[in-house]
Ligand binder design. Sequence first.
Ligand code: CA
Length: 226
Amino acid sequence: MRILVVEDEAGLAESLRLGLSADGHWVEVVHDGHRGLDLALTGGPYDAVLLDLMLPGLGGHEICTRMRAHGDRTPVLMLTAKDGEHDEADGLDAGADDYLTKPFSFVVLAARLRALARRAGTPRVDVLRAGDLVLDPSGRRCRRGEREIELTARELGVLACLMERPGRAVAKQDILDEVWDVPHAIDPNIVEVYVSSLRRKIDAPFGRRSILTVHGTGYRMAPDGG
Ligand code: CA
């Protein structure tokens, strides 16, 4: 899932980022309310938003209310340090889908998130993974470990084509058919150009070899990311 975390406590925010990333989610963290609202409305689409109640700038209730006012139905899980029934009611009134009182266990948080996504019927965002190489084709983003990598649309298409078939040889012509609009007019060797630039971005800086050449055929993605 793609998850936005709006939490001003740096330590908690960081542990949420690490924990959720390790669970295979794509996580974005911001520490103040205005930036949180801005991202919630324009940075997504997210599958869920974790919203702290007490935030600098703009509080969690206000963010949630404004999201709903904008017609944004993204599931919101409110994090609150208070635990009165009053706060819970406030949060749900503001349009939050669920709430969790701090301190909470990460296991409970993860379970609540899954439940929220199920209830929302959120279509799963297909994120492709090969070891620490992660590609989110619909969000047009790629990262190796913690490092975000900028890819062009074409590079992204070629990489997705390979990552969808880990460990299998993919012919240049098949990549061309899938990624280019008018494949018949193009020399399949153009794929080499894109594979070279991909290797410069996703492999070389990390001392890795994820895109292997299959002589006479095309390429193969190392399932472990190289
Ligand atoms: Ca706070």
